[in-house]
Design a protein around this ligand. Structure first.
Ligand code: C5P
Length: 225
């Protein structure tokens, strides 16, 4: 039997991570934060003095990358260990997202990470969040969700999240950075950010995470999943 996957795609700051975790907790499934994989590779590149446009060197780095994703005991998130160091917090900075988005536009880099992402598909099931989970990586997913929200609202949420984590940020800068990243992610030639044709679209600008969850669970129920 194939192991079931639910994909949660959408732009940065839309709430994918929260919805992915909540859904996985509810179903007792595993999670994949695919954005973290791009973020961690970009960080490793910086640490190994590899340029973010050096596709060949990035692929070599991706192949040998010693990274572990360790679910926290209370399942509230994942600790990310890069070459023995806990990098979970530094990966959340917007600069890390921007670096990730640069390397994510390179086709060979995406290809190199594909196998690592698919390896997360383990019983009893997987909830995967990212940009191309439903369109490319798990195109056979049993449910595909695509979340949207205005740039301003997403910047606001990011701002609050970063503040809570003690990371310094300016709201105006976040709006500009998020818009910039959206543009790069939507315009790239491989796996651009776009909903799968069969995705369930949910605009989260004015609805709470609870309502998003209720919507997804009701669709799962309607489809007898
Ligand atoms: O979701 P997150 O903000 O962590 O993603 C960081 C960047 O990684 C995105 O802006 C995008 O360029 C890239 N990414 C991707 N495909 C994914 C997940 C993330 O290209 N499945």
């Amino acid at each position: 039997m194939t192991i079931p996957v639910i994909t949660i795609d959408g732009p940065g700051g839309v709430g994918k991570g929260t919805v992915c975790l909540r859904l996985a907790q509810h179903l007792g499934w595993h999670t994949l934060d695919s954005g973290a994989m791009y973020r961690v590779l970009a960080l490793a590149a910086q640490q190994h003095s590899v340029r973010l446009d050096d596709e060949k060197a990035l692929v070599n780095l991706a192949v040998d990358l010693k990274v572990n994703f360790e679910p926290l005991a209370d399942l509230s998130g994942t600790r990310i260990i890069l070459e023995g160091q806990d990098v979970s917090l530094v990966l959340r900075a917007e600069s890390s997202g921007a670096a990730a988005s640069k390397i994510a536009a390179l086709p060979a880099v995406r290809e190199a990470l594909l196998g690592r992402q698919r390896a997360f598909r383990q019983a009893p099931g997987l909830v995967a969040d990212g940009r191309d989970m439903g369109t490319v990586v798990f195109s056979d997913a049993l449910l595909k969700v695509f979340l949207t929200a205005t740039v301003e609202e997403r910047a606001n949420r990011r701002y609050k999240q970063l503040k809570e984590k003690g990371i310094d940020a300016k709201l105006d800068d976040l709006v500009a950075e998020i818009a910039d990243r959206d543009k790069r992610d939507m315009k790239r030639s491989v796996a651009p950010l776009q909903p799968a044709p069969d995705a369930l679209l949910i605009d989260t600008t004015i609805i709470s995470v609870d309502k998003v969850m209720a919507r997804i669970l009701s669709v799962l129920e309607l489809r007898n999943l």
